[in-house]
Design a protein around this ligand. Structure first.
Ligand SMILES: [Fe+2]
Length: 370
């Protein structure tokens, strides 16, 4: 049983304080998006080199996007990589900190050895992925038609820098999907067989912060999230620390075939799958380690442990309303097809399930959400 926190975690109130502390200069490469650069970095007059991720493709990281970006990055000479963005920007930047990473499919296959040659500084600008503290990257190998998660110790950042100012322009929809993803990282890692007392501490603190934040938003409205940026950034980072050690399970596993087929954002597809998986866990083993967790979370929500999951559903509906799977276009026969795909392709995740689940369980979970 082991537990590890790798990057040094630093906090700055705003980008100006961060830029000053890090003395950002010509030997730095900033990887970000234009919509973040313009409001937050352009006014600082930084001398660093900058690459905008969206010029190489939209959405999640793909082999085409990464290999295209490599052609631009290879012409530059730099020491440190500073990446400010969501999961896509942070995951991609982990690759560019390596000595060799082209073509990226070879790196994923392990035919290119991983060796880190650049200092890597990650600044999350959503409150969900936890990528700033994990050594993982999710990449869609579109040339092969598979989406994979891969990583290794060489892909850890050296510093994870939390700057609440960077959440100032985050639209409600992205706040909702990213923070629900963070909650699911924490709850899945809490009930994972790989959980340790240490990872559970981070999982639980993260879940409580997110639930209290959601309760404040329910009471005061969407804009209240801007006063909670610090808490949500912290909760997402703690969720990343927890799942980086204990893993995520069936919610993420079942989310992949559905979200991949119907182009549903990661956090949203997790949000849809979450109630079905945890209802099933409660049917199968309500008295295992899930019980103590339920009691603690019910204490935050002010309900009985028995009423926790319905109460969670009501609260989440305020943040991101639940839609049934058929409203995304999913077909009835896909309940079983996706279940088989989970069983076949997602073993890396499903071995972290709270209780063992079969193809029949996965099928019935999809059906219950249909
Ligand atoms: Fe996730």
């Amino acid at each position: 049983m082991a537990f590890m926190i790798r990057p040094v975690i630093e906090r700055y109130a705003d980008c100006a304080a961060f830029a000053e502390a890090f003395q950002i200069g010509e030997r730095d490469l900033l990887i970000t998006n234009r919509y973040l650069y313009d409001p937050f970095f352009a006014p600082l007059g930084l001398k660093c080199q900058t690459v905008f991720q969206e010029e190489f493709g939209a959405g999640e990281p793909t082999d085409v996007m990464i290999d295209g970006m490599y052609q631009a990055v290879r012409k530059l000479s730099f020491d440190r990589i500073i990446a400010a963005g969501g999961g896509t920007v942070m995951d991609i930047s982990k690759l560019f900190a390596l000595e060799r990473m082209y073509p990226v499919a070879d790196l994923c296959d392990g035919t290119i050895p991983m060796k880190k040659t650049h200092e890597l500084i990650l600044l999350p600008t959503t409150c969900g992925t936890g990528s700033e503290v994990t050594c993982l990257a999710a990449i869609n190998l579109t040339r092969r038609g598979t989406k994979i998660g891969f990583g290794g110790p060489e892909m850890f950042a050296d510093r994870a820098v939390l700057v609440p100012e960077l959440l100032r322009t985050l639209p409600m929809k992205f706040f909702a999907t990213s923070s629900i993803d963070a909650f699911i990282h924490s709850i899945e890692s809490y009930v994972s067989p790989k959980a340790t007392p240490d990872s559970k501490l981070f999982s639980m603190t993260s879940m409580k912060m997110i639930l209290r934040g959601y309760m404040t938003i329910r009471e005061k409205g969407e804009d209240a999230r801007f006063t909670l940026s610090d808490d949500f950034l912290t909760a997402a980072t703690y969720g990343g620390i927890a799942f980086g050690n204990a893993g995520t399970g069936a919610v993420h596993a079942m989310s992949y075939p559905f979200g991949g087929t119907y182009h549903v954002p990661h956090g949203e597809s997790n949000r849809v799958i979450f109630p079905g998986v945890f209802d099933r866990y409660m049917m199968k083993d309500p008295n295992g380690r899930i019980r103590g967790m339920n009691e603690e979370l019910a204490g935050v929500l002010g309900c009985d442990a028995d009423g926790l999951y319905p109460e969670l559903r009501r609260l989440f509906d305020v943040i991101l309303p639940l839609k049934p799977l058929h409203e995304y276009g999913m077909k009835p026969e896909e309940c079983e097809l996706f279940a088989q795909s989970v069983e076949k392709n997602q073993k890396r995740l499903t071995r972290n399930n709270y209780t063992p689940l079969t193809v029949r369980d996965y099928t019935e979970i999809y059906e219950s959400l249909y």
